[in-house]
Design a protein around this ligand. Structure first.
Ligand SMILES: Cc1cc2nc3c(=O)[nH]c(=O)nc-3n(C[C@H](O)[C@H](O)[C@H](O)COP(=O)(O)OP(=O)(O)OC[C@H]3O[C@@H](n4cnc5c(N)ncnc54)[C@H](O)[C@@H]3O)c2cc1C
Length: 412
């Protein structure tokens, strides 16, 4: 529930009420039910309106894997989200100007959908509402964590709101404050960081023709371009665009007029969905691979972008974080049943061990895909052509690729 001043101590304090922090808090409350530990969520940015929430829930859209749907289903969230998502029935992957394209369909994989696209603002509205009404969660917004320091029993936090400062202690602090975490720096937790020297331009676009629930991933000389199906709204055939380009190219594209950008995009994307009729407000995100060198300390665990920020090319960041959340909640539940402390290294190490393989696989899958499909080098173009051909021709490769993209590979 919304609060204006926190208690002096909580079992779990979550720093950041973005997509990951809010999902984790809600997952905890659902999983523990009546035995839920005391939880405080602290979020720095005040919602601007019902639709425009904190930065995590901005104008972007997120492709959720089938595996993420299963996680939301188990939390009874999917039923609320479903009317707002657009299912992906087919993925069309192509390389502009070169031979090589492939389609993956839900029929081939015998699933209801290959994934789902949800607008971040819609997901945010659902999660925020859940935090506001939960009896198990204290939700302090806007408020910011200024400092965290270790204690023998966990962590002490200093929290500031517009007018007040509070000191709170916790057995476990869950850091979900995003990729630029000053708290991490303050604690001396290093990040290994590699800039891709690319930016992602994101916006919503409309086409003459309906998308028919097809997601397009097109590799152009300027970088990968993803067009994801969105729910129809007021008769408009809407899609979400994520266009990754070299830094300088993105500056040029961001500076174009609407008609200039439309003709540039149409030339890159082609006429698959007929004429591009409009482009919404555009935003630009710098892209890097950033991995925290430590994910746990006594009384501390990192979740989401602060633990691993990935390139959006394969749409894996939130999907991976949701699997991390799922694993951590299960391990905390077992710890509670065994009367172990939430913040003990034994508990937290079990979590890290359980997710290490999944994290490494997704990080390298995304990194390889980014480098392969953004390159203009002939050797990489040849590998990419071979990769697309293998996807087209070798059923086992198609199946593995699809399972990875659907977030199911770990379970099969
Ligand atoms: C262009 C783009 C497209 C993407 N598409 C996909 C996709 O299709 N599928 C997918 O799975 N992933 C996708 N991702 C990745 C996904 O967006 C991230 O995984 C996700 O946003 C991570 O959420 P987070 O909560 O960890 O961090 P954030 O979204 O950065 O949220 C952090 C929150 O913490 C708050 N905060 C920060 N500091 C403090 C403090 N000191 N005190 C209190 N609060 C604080 C912030 O206000 C913010 O609300 C995409 C990313 C980008 C850039």
């Amino acid at each position: 529930m919304d609060i204006t001043s926190p208690d002096n101590s909580y079992e779990i304090v979550i720093v950041g009420g973005g997509m990951v922090g809010a999902s984790f808090a809600y997952a905890l409350s659902q999983s523990f039910g009546g035995t839920c530990p005391s939880i405080l969520v602290v979020e720095a940015s005040a919602p601007l309106s019902d639709k425009f929430l904190q930065p995590s829930f901005d104008a972007r859209s997120t492709a959720l894997s089938f595996g993420s749907r299963q996680i939301f289903e188990a939390l009874n969230l999917w039923q609320i989200l479903e009317p707002q998502v657009s299912a992906i029935h087919e993925i069309h992957v192509s390389d502009k100007g070169r031979f090589g394209s492939t389609q993956l369909t839900r029929e081939e994989l015998s699933v209801e959908a290959l994934g789902y696209v949800v607008e971040n603002a819609d997901l945010g509205a659902v999660l925020n509402e859940k935090l506001k009404v939960s009896n198990h969660i204290d939700f302090l917004i806007p408020a910011s964590i200024q400092q965290i320091s270790p204690t023998p029993g966990g962590m002490d936090l200093s929290i500031s709101t517009e007018s007040k400062r509070f000191n709170v202690s916790a057995n476990l602090v869950v850091l979900a404050d995003g990729g630029r975490s000053p708290i991490c720096k303050q604690l001396g937790i290093e990040q290994s960081k590699e800039s891709y020297q690319q930016h992602a331009i994101i916006t919503n676009i409309t086409f003459e023709e309906p998308h028919n629930n097809i997601a397009f991933e097109r590799f152009t000389e300027n970088g990968p371009l993803a067009v994801l199906p969105l729910r129809e709204f007021e008769g408009e055939n809407r899609c979400s665009l994520v266009w990754t380009t070299a830094e300088r190219e993105s500056e040029n594209l961001m500076g174009l007029s609407e008609s200039g950008l439309i003709s540039n995009l149409q030339a890159s994307f082609g006429n698959r969905l007929g004429k591009l009729t409009s482009i919404g407000e555009k935003f630009c995100f710098p892209l890097s691979l950033s991995i925290a060198k430590e994910q746990i300390r006594p009384g501390l665990v990192l979740l989401g972008n602060v633990a691993h920020t990935l390139h959006p090319v394969a749409g894996q960041g939130l999907n991976l974080a949701l699997r991390d959340i799922d694993a951590l909640v299960t391990i905390l539940k077992t710890a509670s049943e065994n009367q172990q402390s939430f913040g003990s290294m034994q508990t937290l190490q079990t979590y890290v061990n359980s997710q290490k393989f999944d994290q490494q696989k997704v990080i390298s899958f995304t990194d390889v895909l980014t480098k392969l499909f953004s390159s203009k080098k002939l050797a990489r173009i040849a590998t990419r052509k071979f990769g697309l051909l293998s996807l087209e021709l070798i059923p086992a490769v198609r199946k593995r690729f699809a399972e990875q993209a659907m977030g199911l590979s770990r379970k099969f």
